[in-house]
Design a protein around this ligand. Structure first.
Ligand SMILES: [Zn+2]
Length: 308
């Protein structure tokens, strides 16, 4: 029912946009010299700003602090996307609305750029019988610095296509970002390699790529999406495991899924630390001028402490 309603809304918005642009001209809100870009997840906003530099004006449609897994764009968001030169999305299933956006804007001269193009996503095994409507691939690729380099490369290539005259700047900026991401990769690698144990308890299963890349093991309270809550028995098993393994920390993330992680914390007497899943930038971090790199370094420090 909800799904049909959403589809109808998109059709109405689509026809509004089409009728508004019947003469085929685009109504750019920004300076003609800058590309206007809309992004979905915070890391895409950060990568695009770094690579695009002075040649782009970037705005993110998922507001700070909201749950990216359940976000739906408003009519205003759809118009903003339609008015932009390019829409950059992750494209790993986390943005449930991306297909509809792409369909709505495809005749609007908006370039759709899938940041995950060419990446091989990890499959995740379901822990219950109920198949997840979000699919079984892990969408959280931006938490892996090595995958982030490839996403940045895709963004660089797309920007060059949109504005070939600025190619030298885009490439220079991409190489500087790549260097930062390589340093981050080294930090994760060293920290996890040198830690006495490798298990973390997390709110939702966002950290699968740290398992594959660095040998960490995440034990999620909720599933791959924040909406996949554990059964009572799964929750009890997890509490038993934390006690038996003498795990000292539960890692929260400032999202809805923290509620159940709090139950685990309470039942096991563990302490809590905050991990950033970076799906959105939380307002407190934005105010403190934190960015993707500084927050990922904070994640490294949280791992260091919780893996003791
Ligand atoms: Zn997530």
């Amino acid at each position: 029912m909800k799904r049909h309603y959403a589809a109808l809304t998109f059709m109405i918005i689509g026809s509004l946009i089409l009728s508004g642009c019947a003469n085929g001209t685009k109504h750019k809100l920004n300076s003609p010299h800058k590309l206007t870009i809309t992004t979905t997840l915070y890391p895409l906003e950060y990568f695009t700003k770094r690579i695009g530099g002075k040649h782009v004006s970037v705005s993110n449609v998922i507001p700070p602090g909201t749950d990216a897994h359940s976000f739906e764009p408003s009519t205003k968001d759809m118009i903003k996307i339609s008015d932009s030169d390019a829409f950059i999305y992750n494209g790993t299933g986390i943005e449930g609305f991306a297909d509809k956006v792409n369909e709505t804007v495809k005749n609007e001269g908006v370039e759709s750029i899938k940041a995950a193009k060419g990446l091989t996503l990890e499959k995740v095994e379901h822990r219950d019988e109920d198949p997840d409507e979000h699919g079984d691939k892990d969408p959280h690729i931006w938490l892996d610095p090595v995958f982030s380099i490839q996403m940045a490369k895709n963004i660089e290539q797309a920007l060059i296509k949109l504005n070939p005259k600025a190619k030298a700047d885009f490439t220079k900026n991409y190489l500087s970002l790549k260097k930062d991401l390589e340093k981050l990769d080294t930090s994760f690698n060293q920290t996890i390699k040198n830690s006495p144990h490798k298990e973390i308890i997390v709110s939702h299963a966002a950290y699968g790529y740290w398992e594959h890349r660095y040998g960490l093991k995440q034990i999620p309270v909720s599933g791959l999406s924040t909406s996949q809550e554990p059964s009572q028995r799964q929750l009890q098993d997890l509490i038993k495991h934390v006690k038996a393994k003498h795990i000292h920390y539960v890692l929260l993330e400032n999202s809805a899924s923290d509620k159940l992680a709090r139950v685990v914390e309470h039942e096991t007497g563990t302490k809590t630390l905050k991990l950033r899943n970076l799906e959105t930038l939380i307002p407190k971090d934005a105010e403190a001028n934190e960015d993707y790199l500084s927050l990922m370094q904070k994640n490294v420090q949280v791992l260091k402490q919780s893996l003791k």
